[in-house]
Design a protein around this ligand. Structure first.
Ligand code: AMP
Ligand code: MG
Length: 425
């Protein structure tokens, strides 16, 4: 096995690496070099596969649909004699039902009554929907001129998926649609990437767990709940390690336990510059870790690296303490890295563009993530307004928001009515 690159190796490859003012793009770049996809896979049934990522291409053993069939209830016939100027009269000689086809022969001037999904009788290639034709006698149907062409209302064998074709590629998310597609192939099980194991804990002497009595200077731990929710949405296996006090022994124990069990560790708090605590020292002691000031708001401080315990190592995401900063850095940086570790190759949805309903003051040189509420204006265009107080501790701004307004690194103040990027939440 080749050794993963050291953080210094990764940093040396990046063009604009400045740990004191790291642009958001470089953070993504760095993390993309740092993390690698989990290699283990497991075979699970389709219900259990929902929300997981395929570990290999899924090759279809059959054609879907398995035979040419009718897309409509109506009459199947040979489309060759259709003309633009003359109605076509055909004698009905039989009926084809879904699951019970018509086996008899059909001669020129004849047709077969057919139901949606029924196999096309031999030699026929066109279906007239019953609402487009009329019965001129009990067994004669008339098709008006100019309505149809040969091949209409026919579903071809293999038009959805051909036998031997990859129905899903490696790295695909098993969405409800993908689960249905797998079932349509008659495939009961699918090989998926093992769930990513993520351990997380909050740090800080002032952080209270729920159930503890309030005391002066202390705040309740909210980060563990937002992180838990965001991890759950990704389908990770979660290891909740609670609140860890700012104490070297407890921190060391927590990091060791997390590294023994998890692929990734997410902490919050204790990584800012002024921090006179043991968290940063312990991260440094136990692994290869860098401490960044990211050119962003909210966010800024973040620790990243690998924590070691014997032969095992886990990727560390040391998030800031402020509750909004935790969510923003998770969504902007940790989520894409975790998706890569989960084996996902899906392209992220693009951001939307909306007209800002207020002036958004900003200087070039950092990326800003403002909490926004977007909607449609009277002209039908997307518009966005901030949720008010944008303090990095104001979690209610995240609750009210349905999107993050992302003001890019280079951008300066956005004037009223300017188009801005919005990341949908
Ligand atoms: P720090 O990054 O540790 O300096 O923390 C920055 C701010 O975030 C401080 O006001 C902390 O009290 C607050 N904070 C840190 N961790 C949490 C947490 N788990 N839940 C809520 N607030 C937190
Ligand atoms: Mg702190």
């Amino acid at each position: 096995m080749t050794h993963p690159p050291s953080l210094a190796d990764i940093a040396a490859q990046l063009e604009a690496y400045d740990p004191q003012a790291l642009p958001a793009n470089e953070v993504l770049n760095f993390l993309d070099h740092l993390v690698t996809p989990v290699q283990d896979s497991e075979l699970v049934d389709i219900f259990a596969a929902l929300g997981r990522v395929t570990a290999q291409d899924v090759i279809s053993p059959i054609n879907v649909p398995p035979h040419d069939n009718s897309a409509m209830d109506g009459f199947a016939f040979d489309g060759a004699p259709l003309s633009a100027s003359q109605a076509l009269s055909l004698k009905v000689v039989g009926t084809a039902l879904a699951g019970k086809g018509w086996e008899g022969s059909v001669n020129a001037g004849e047709c077969v009554k057919i139901m949606t999904g029924a196999i096309m009788p031999k030699g026929l290639n066109t279906v007239v929907p019953q609402e487009l034709c009329s019965m001129t006698a009990s067994d004669v149907v008339e098709i008006p001129a100019g309505l149809l062409k040969a091949g209409d209302n026919l579903r071809l064998c293999g038009e959805d998926i051909m036998q031997g074709q990859a129905a899903l590629l490696k790295g695909a998310w098993i969405t409800p649609a993908a689960a249905g597609l797998l079932a349509s192939l008659g495939v009961p099980n699918v090989s998926v990437v093992r769930r990513l194991r993520v351990a997380y804990f909050s740090t800080g002497d002032e952080i209270l767990s729920l159930g503890q009595a309030p005391r002066e200077g202390a705040v309740y731990d909210s980060n563990r709940y937002t992180v838990h929710g965001m991890l759950q949405a990704l389908g990770c296996e979660m290891i909740d390690m609670g609140v860890v006090k700012d104490n070297p022994e407890l921190l060391e124990q927590a990091f060791n336990k997390a590294t023994e069990q998890a692929d990734a560790i997410i902490t919050s708090g204790g990584v800012s510059v002024g921090e006179a605590d043991f968290t940063k020292a312990m991260m440094k002691k136990l692994g290869d870790v860098v401490f960044w000031k990211i050119a962003m708001r909210p966010g800024r401080p973040m620790a990243v690296g690998r924590i070691q315990k014997g032969q095992r190592s886990a990727v560390l995401f040391g998030l800031p303490g402020n509750p909004v900063a935790v969510m923003v850095t998770f969504l902007a940086f940790v989520k894409p890295a975790l998706l890569k570790m989960m084996g996902s190759t899906a392209t992220p949805l693009p951001m939307l563009r909306a007209r800002t309903q207020e002036v958004l003051r900003k200087k070039p040189g950092r990326t800003e993530y403002q909490r926004g509420i977007f909607s449609r204006n009277a002209q039908g265009e997307l518009q966005v307004i901030t949720t008010g107080n944008q303090g990095s501790g104001v979690l209610s701004s995240m609750v009210q928001a349905n999107g993050l307004i992302v003001l890019s690194h280079q951008q300066d103040t956005a004037q009223l009515g300017d188009w801005v990027d919005v990341l949908v939440l």
